[in-house]
Design a protein. Structure first.
Length: 129
């Protein structure tokens, strides 16, 4: 079984998130998503609308997603890849190059972001920022 992992906040879930999860799942047979915890989002400087448990519920409901784990540190990826026996690490290409160090442990793939949609844009368009 070819296992894929990706990481993110996934707040205000939108079709850009769905697109990358669909494409990530197509790279293997099993997709694990590491969702940033509320505390880690504070470290990332992200102010989330939905809590970790609410974002977990939403992401777990996506048919492309097989398993969800918490992301609570920038440094957990190598351990995750080893302990979960990951074959492919996927991120959107806004992160291109940032995780190349993981190539020692698994295939690293950066996928094109979906244009014109983001959690920030949603908040702006709704006049929430
Ligand atoms: N994404 C995308 N297209 C968009 C918006 C987001 O492909 N229009 C992708 C991002 O590139 C990322 C994933 O969706 O791969 C999740 O995005 P965020 O929830 O914004 O996560 P981020 O803040 O990038 O956190 O350790 C890695 C971090 O946890 C990533």
């Amino acid at each position: 079984m070819k296992k894929v992992i990706t990481y993110g906040t996934f707040d205000l879930l939108h079709y850009g998130h769905i697109n990358i999860l669909q494409k990530a799942r197509e790279l293997g047979d099993y997709l694990i998503v590491a969702i940033s915890t509320n505390d880690f989002n504070m470290i990332k400087g992200k102010n989330c609308y939905f809590s970790y448990s609410e974002r977990k519920k939403l992401v777990e409901s996506i048919k492309y997603v097989d398993y969800v784990i918490p992301e609570d540190s920038w440094d957990q990826k190598i351990n995750d890849i080893i302990t979960l026996n990951i074959d492919v690490f996927v991120m959107g290409d806004d992160w291109k190059g940032k995780f190349d160090y993981l190539e020692e442990f698994c295939k690293v793939v950066y996928l094109p972001r979906t244009p014109d949609i983001s959690t920030t844009k949603i908040k702006e368009d709704l006049g929430l920022t």
